[in-house]
Ligand binder design. Structure first.
Ligand SMILES: Cc1cc2nc3c(=O)[nH]c(=O)nc-3n(C[C@H](O)[C@H](O)[C@H](O)COP(=O)(O)OP(=O)(O)OC[C@H]3O[C@@H](n4cnc5c(N)ncnc54)[C@H](O)[C@@H]3O)c2cc1C
Length: 385
């Protein structure tokens, strides 16, 4: 067992339930299995496989199966039990779970000493609409298969495709879609629409300058200050944000990436303990996109924050169970962020937000970060901070 400062295991077996097997939940799992031999871990997630979602845009090049890790593999690798379920998580259910110290999953009562909520946050996209694809669609089918069907349905015509949302996810998909259609030699017209005045608003302005220059080179039309209204059979209906005028463009498919809902986000103290009725809970923790810590560390909706929070709360649950009971505050600041622009280009910042890199160096940084997470999934922890 690896050494964890301020953790002196007691004789009693610990029961830990993790709700959500994404980046935060799985990171917590790896830490628990690394530091404790006397923990019974139950992982609750409705899916059968963990999805390495940060690679999702690459399914125009690689099969979706490359990004999936069956929970059955994680069960044997990290000695836990996976239950397929999606309990409803509300302020009320949290208060109830705290009081009961058990949750009911698929009619089974599961007692816990600690409960971790790491269920991510849901997509803002509309419900399923014809000819509109959302993140959910790409989580279930490879991008290449989705586009191949659209190509088959529209053979011979110029393919109009509208991407809605110029955030990191939208941009990563846009460049992969462009490259995929080029490889398939499809006559196409790609359009990006966004309500703001430039792409990648949450990043330094150099990001949008670089990306918009690359879009021009690739003949991708960009409509800023524009809202998506509706995808019809062969055109997309849009609205100018300032003049409110509506207009349409030829388009057979819209791909919609407008971000995540903040609805199911839970406040926590600096140790990751959920605030319930104004007080930090001793036994309920949260991590990942669904958590907002009152701490120096970053609350960004990123995999790197999710992993750091997941690891921190796992250490804190163990420490809380031990004789000394000194918990660690969350201090992690994101070390950089790279937006991929296809297989051989990217733009990102490293160490300081002003330190912008692009091209191959940015791509290499992204690959190193992804490789580090792949190693963690195999049980090898190379995270220094
Ligand atoms: C296309 C894309 C690319 C990205 N690229 C990057 C990147 O390059 N770098 C980066 O840092 N971040 C990136 N992100 C953001 C990053 O993926 C998220 O911040 C990260 O996945 C959050 O981890 P999480 O564990 O909180 O949630 P998730 O990874 O979303 O996992 C949540 C899990 O909870 C499960 N779940 C949901 N509801 C319930 C419930 N009620 N009960 C039980 N289980 C439930 C889900 O099935 C899922 O397995 C990207 C995101 C996307 C979509």
């Amino acid at each position: 067992m690896a050494f964890l400062p301020f953790y002196i295991p007691s004789q009693k077996r610990l029961r830990i339930v993790i709700i959500g097997g994404g980046y935060a939940g799985v990171a917590a799992l790896t830490v628990l299995s690394q530091h404790a031999s006397h923990v019974d871990i139950t992982l609750v997630d409705p899916k059968t496989q963990h999805l390495k979602i940060t690679h999702l845009h690459e399914t125009f090049r690689y099969p979706l199966s490359d990004l999936l890790v069956p929970f059955s593999d994680l069960e044997s690798r990290f000695d836990c039990r996976h239950i397929r379920a999606a309990p409803t998580i509300t302020e009320e259910s949290l208060a109830q779970w705290q009081k009961d110290q058990f949750i009911v999953v698929n009619d089974e009562e599961i007692a816990f000493d600690y409960l971790l909520i790491a269920a991510g946050c849901s997509d803002l996209a509309p419900q399923k609409i014809a000819n509109v694809m959302t993140l959910n669609d790409f989580m279930n089918e490879a991008g290449s298969d989705i586009l191949n069907k659209v190509i088959a349905d529209n053979s011979g015509e110029e393919l109009g495709l509208t991407l809605v949302g110029g955030g990191a996810t939208g941009i990563q998909f846009l460049f992969e879609i462009e490259a995929f259609l080029k490889r398939r030699k499809i006559n196409k017209k790609l359009t990006l629409v966004d309500g703001g005045d430039h792409v990648l608003k949450q990043f330094p302005i150099e990001f949008s300058r670089y990306v918009e220059m690359r879009m021009k080179e690739l003949d991708i039309a960009f409509y800023p200050h524009t809202y998506f209204l509706e995808q019809q059979a062969n055109e997309v209906l849009l609205q100018d944000k300032n003049t409110k005028q509506t207009f349409s463009l030829p388009s057979q498919l819209s791909v919609y990436f407008t971000g995540k809902s903040k609805q199911s986000v839970f406040d926590a103290n600096a140790n990751g303990q959920i605030i319930i009725n104004g007080e930090p809970s001793h036994r309920l923790f949260t991590a990942g996109d669904c958590s907002n810590y009152s701490a120096f560390g970053s609350n960004t909706l990123t995999a790197q924050s999710a992993v750091r929070k997941g690891k921190l709360v796992a250490r804190n649950m163990l420490r809380h169970s031990s004789v000394i009971n000194i918990l660690e505050p969350y201090l992690h600041r994101d070390l950089g962020y790279v937006v991929s622009l296809g297989s051989s280009d990217a733009v990102g910042w490293l160490a300081l937000e002003g330190n912008v890199v692009h091209g191959l160096p940015a791509q290499v940084i992204k690959e190193i970060v992804e490789a580090q997470y792949d190693l963690l999934l195999t049980g090898i922890d190379t995270y220094l901070v």
